[in-house]
Design a binder for this molecule. Sequence first.
Ligand code: GLY
Length: 274
Amino acid sequence: MDAIVLHGGASNREELKIKVQKFAEEAINAGSALDAVIHAVRLMEDDPLFNAGTGSNMRIDGSIQMDAAVMVPGDFGGVINIEKVRNPVLVARDVMLRSPHMLLAGDGAVQFARKMGYEEHDPTTERAIEKRERVIKKLKNGEIPEYYHPEFLKEFLCDTVGAVAYINGEFAAAVSTGGTSLTLRGRVGDSPIPGAGIYAGEQGAVVATGIGEEIIRRMLSLKVYEEIGKAPLEEICKRHVAEFGTVPVGVIAISNEERCAVSNLNMPYGIAKR
Ligand code: GLY
């Protein structure tokens, strides 16, 4: 059965649930599995309520750097710390399909995007500015501890977006993020790291969301992928999510028979089948 699973980030944002479900129902009809996951992620990048594309978190210096990736069995494309583009996921797709490379970073990723015809776009939103100002104020007042203390992490859940699909016998995954807020400029999370924030192979597709550093440490997406078929998919995801304790994390996964979304938060997700 064809299916797509989307998530709107490792957060407790109840208000996004209906929206994400609607996006799933639209995206499943976008074409191939790759077309579908890209369509889904693009919808979320264009919606300023999500931390991806327009609406992305700011770095501590006020800049916005975004990561995105796409993966299908045997191929991958990603961009790291790309700036001033509307849809990082489209640039990631072009890295995979229209360049000899798999990952492009920083200025090189921006130059590539311009060559591919993507115009300059400022993804800054009032919400991102306010979010940054609020956390900086709390830091200055000593209301929250130093960066990376678990209490500090609670201040900025990292609502990355992602999608996995199984359509016409093919798997695909896509992910996009503005990163956790108030990190250093140049910081890279799990999203564009194959095996960490994203993985797709002949057995299925997996995407993660949450604190990127912890996800990279555990190679979460690859770990889940490697167990597909050895136990029920939801059980596999629950076991891996449990290893994170209270560190915010979520994972969506799909095989040819099963699909699930698991998080230690009330993660907004949508599932569409046909
Ligand atoms: N999970 C997104 C990030 O940590 O950047």
